[in-house]
Write a protein that binds this ligand. Structure first.
Ligand code: DGY
Length: 433
């Protein structure tokens, strides 16, 4: 175990680039929003300065309206498509003047990451002093979401692009692709020169991804226009769980700091409305889990994915709902031939255990589920998720995602996508400590 941890530290130090981390070499050569947050949790265990710098750099790229972009292009690199020249986020009048970035965001993990840094820190006073310097920026980011991404005032924010979900090519989006007919773009894929194409999204899927960006660009990334026109507009249970968990963390940290009553009150208000409507709108009684809601076409997307269980981490489900989530997880995802937790329902015909977010196990979701299950007292299943995670990484190394079928692991070739992947290493360090 010591060796695995040593290797993980080595991966993180190698992916460190003077102030921020890349998710992995070649495939993802810049800074990604939710990667950065989760990577900081790993660094906090052995190098708090780097953890703090990671967050500082991320927040330094915040726009004047509070928005934080999903990729910050710190360097020129032709190994990635689509780069800054395609995204053109500078069209937005309030975009960062200092950094090139995309004009979309990613699951807002920063709030709970701040709380994690405090939990892990052996010098609480110093860490609290650091938190004081950054927390208002995270609050401002939450304010951006509630002001601009919640047109009906439901306390549930939308995402306008599948890349904002973090679960890029989930089969859930297939239903939305069916409502669109984008042009055939001509472009050179870079990802498939680094990774086997069978593990990545298809060319036709990329046409959809680019087309949504083009629509946003046509309107200079104006949020109101996007809400009106984007063919992709989804209330995502994972994304909203990350926001709600982060709200909870901001409340706790502000209370530790003291003297921020107005902000605490506002966060509590958001929290109440968000949790109530989350349970009302996103819990599917028949399936017994949370599902996504397609706000553009006004219908629920009734599929079960690892995102369906993520509200456990944000303390959203009632005890009964939590039991129902666990039952579905164990029935469909957790038999003895499967590692927990596949990213998409293994009993569904759209399941593909090798293809990115269409089935493989992801370490970040396992970490979220481990913590969520522990909070609700499902100790044995939490332990199983943790054990599975360690075994997967021991068998294969720090890949980006992994086959959920145990039989494939006997070959030692069940790791897919990028190798030496930062958050796989970072979250393993956290699980072991
Ligand atoms: C990619 O390039 O596949 C990234 O996941 C986008 O965020």
């Amino acid at each position: 175990m010591k060796n695995l941890q040593k290797e993980a530290i080595h991966v993180l130090n190698n992916n460190w680039k003077d102030g921020f981390s890349i998710p992995c070499a070649n495939l993802y050569p810049f800074q990604w929003f939710w990667d950065s947050g989760l990577i900081a949790i790993g660094f906090a265990h052995f190098d708090m300065k780097k953890a703090e710098a990671e967050i500082e750099t991320l927040l330094d790229a915040q726009w004047e309206n509070g928005f934080i972009p999903h990729i910050i292009f710190h360097t020129d690199s032709d190994s990635y498509f689509p780069g800054p020249d395609f995204h053109r986020s500078d069209l937005h009048p309030e975009s960062s003047k200092k950094y090139k970035s995309t004009g979309m965001t990613q699951p807002p993990v920063t709030g709970f990451v701040l709380e994690e840094l405090y939990r892990i820190s052996s010098n609480k006073e110093a860490t609290l002093n650091f938190l004081k310097t950054v927390i208002d920026k995270v609050y401002f980011n939450h304010e951006y979401f509630y002001k601009n991404r919640d047109p009906k005032g439901e306390g549930l924010v939308y995402i306008y692009h599948n890349w904002e979900s973090g679960t890029d090519n989930s089969p859930i989006w297939d239903d939305i692709w069916d409502t669109m007919n984008p042009p055939e773009y001509t472009f050179e894929r870079r990802d498939t020169t680094h990774v086997d194409a069978s593990q990545r999204p298809s060319k036709r899927e990329y046409d959809h991804y680019l087309y949504i960006i083009d629509i946003a660009k046509e309107h200079n990334y104006n949020d109101e226009k996007i809400a009106e026109l984007s063919p992709f507009l989804v209330q995502d249970p994972l994304f909203n769980s990350m926001l709600i968990k982060s709200n909870e963390s901001l409340i706790k940290i502000y209370q530790l700091i003291g003297g921020h009553d107005e902000k605490v009150k506002q966060l509590q208000k958001w929290q109440e409305k968000s949790i109530t409507n989350f349970n009302k709108k996103l819990f599917d009684e028949e399936l017994g889990v949370y599902v996504h809601y397609d706000l553009r076409n006004e219908n629920p997307l009734r599929y079960i994915s690892s995102s369906s269980f993520s509200p456990l981490y944000a303390n959203i489900p009632s005890k009964e709902q939590a039991s129902s989530l666990v039952k579905v997880m164990m029935d469909k995802f957790g038999n003895e031939n499967q590692y927990l937790c596949a990213s998409f329902d293994p009993t569904n015909e759209r399941f593909n255990p090798k293809k990115y977010w269409r089935g493989p196990v992801w370490i970040n979701l396992n970490w979220i589920l481990f913590n969520g299950l522990s909070q609700y007292g499902f100790k044995d299943i939490a332990q199983r998720v943790k054990q599975d995670t360690i075994e997967i990484l021991e068998n294969n190394g720090f890949y980006e995602y992994f086959d959920s079928r145990k039989e494939i692991h006997d070959t030692g070739k069940a790791g897919y996508g990028g190798n030496n992947f930062s958050w796989s290493a970072a979250l393993l360090i956290d699980l072991l400590n």
